[in-house]
Design a binder for this molecule. Sequence first.
Ligand SMILES: Cc1cc2nc3c(=O)[nH]c(=O)nc-3n(C[C@H](O)[C@H](O)[C@H](O)COP(=O)(O)O)c2cc1C
Length: 174
Amino acid sequence: MKNIVLYKSKYGNTLQYATWLSETLGYELRDFKDFKKREIKNYQTIIFGSGVYMGKMNKLKKVLKWFNEKPIIIFACAGNLNVEKDIEEIKKANFTLEQLKYHHFFYLPGGVDFTKLKGLMKSMVKFFINMIEKKQDKTPDEIAILDGYKHPSHYVDKKYIEKIVNYVQTTKQS
Ligand SMILES: Cc1cc2nc3c(=O)[nH]c(=O)nc-3n(C[C@H](O)[C@H](O)[C@H](O)COP(=O)(O)O)c2cc1C
């Protein structure tokens, strides 16, 4: 049986982690858009990772639907550096408790660089930032968003895949 790392990545952070995982574990690597539901039966271990946008993991709805009879490893790659509160929010906004028990979830720190945005997304973010800037009493989260907008961050590091690699190896799924 084969094993595969599937990813959905807009700006490359998830792709970088997916690539390291595939190289380290010797798994096939594929963009989720090129994967067909009928192929699930061909794979023993499946890892799926995607970026988090406005609280939601990219393509996760479809993934959870497709893999409701096969537990997989799922990782979110988002803007923060292992902030427990944010990780809990990502779990809550994207999974039911049953789904979290069924699949195995990991968080990998990505980073944010708003200078890379293009088109509609760029206009939407600008609009949102202007709204926050005009607010008198900003919440700590809003202050953090403004800070992230002005100062790009990049936390992507190969060391963070270790917990997934260890999990795969100890559960003998490789
Ligand atoms: C418009 C926009 C919205 C974002 N929303 C969130 C968010 O709600 N929570 C979060 O933790 N990170 C958020 N991020 C950060 C991304 O999740 C992070 O950059 C991630 O590494 C992107 O992965 P990708 O490049 O593989 O798509 C956002 C980034 C952008 C550009």
